[in-house]
Design a protein around this ligand. Structure first.
Ligand code: MG
Length: 263
């Protein structure tokens, strides 16, 4: 009995430091929360708009209700001749499309638009306009996010409101009635091209329509053509263009347009 106890005490005497050392080693090997903390780079401070939809502090304001100085004719780059009145930018007949003076690559865009309450016409002839996310020249189709009356107005679904024209059907129809203000919030990733003009990476677009997701990181197949299959043509930075579709019905108005450059 005594011998067993003695042996036990010897074993304890030897084992205790070994156990402590093993425990210390185990603790040293334990991952620490600090190992997965990242402290650099610190994101830039941006002051959000005072109300939802208002431009944040780092936005380029493209239309704030006062003038159309940021816009030119898409055809000849002379000053834009749409109507600025009552804080709105409204399509003027026979003046054509307008586009931004500035060129953009990747960006976040906010734009609000209204189809008149007394809109007439049907299908593609009812409240047709468009936000061209890259306007690559008068001879090009560009990349159109469709604007159209989508409230009880059947048309081909890859050309309805919220579609990437003839390429991507919107996930849902979130249209408001004609006469009500509507909004697009867009994240545009421009395509990149190799030195020989071939496509390096395609364009992607995410769109919220009246706050509802309608395009979720959609990969474009190229320009949004009216006829034929889409294809890419190299460009480097482009204006954002608004469409004057030339319908007989009452014109569409825009307000509160701003954009933020993205990396
Ligand atoms: Mg259109």
């Amino acid at each position: 009995m005594m011998r067993t106890k003695k042996l036990f005490l010897v074993l304890v005497a030897i084992g205790a430091p070994v156990a402590i050392a093993a425990q210390a080693q185990q603790q040293a090997q334990q991952p620490k929360p600090e190992e997965t903390e990242v402290w650099q780079p610190v994101p830039a401070v941006v002051t959000p708009g005072e109300t939802p939809g208002a431009p944040p502090s780092d936005a380029v304001v493209l239309f704030d209700g006062k003038n159309e100085d940021e816009w030119v004719s898409a055809q000849d780059h002379t000053p834009a001749k749409w109507i600025v009145a009552d804080g709105l930018l409204t399509v003027a007949k026979n003046t054509g499309n307008i586009e931004t003076r500035r060129h953009f690559h990747n960006y976040q865009l906010h734009i609000e638009w209204r189809i008149p309450a007394d809109i007439s016409g049907t299908g593609q002839g009812r409240g047709n306009s468009g936000v061209f996310l890259a306007s690559t020249g008068p001879g090009d189709a560009g990349y159109e996010l469709q604007v159209l009356d989508g409230y009880n107005n059947p048309t081909y679904v890859n050309g309805m409101v919220g579609s990437i024209y003839k390429q991507s059907i919107p996930l849902v129809n979130a249209a408001r009635k004609p006469g009500e203000w509507q909004s697009y919030d867009v994240v545009w990733t421009a395509p990149l091209f190799n030195a020989d003009g071939s496509l390096k990476t395609p364009a992607y677009v995410t769109v919220f329509y009246n706050g509802v997701l309608v395009q979720n990181h959609f990969q474009l197949q190229g320009q949004t053509l009216y006829i034929g299959k889409p294809f890419y043509k190299a460009f480097d930075g482009a204006p954002i263009k608004l469409q004057a579709h030339g319908d007989k019905s009452e014109p569409i108005s825009f307000r509160n347009i701003w954009v933020r450059d993205l990396p």
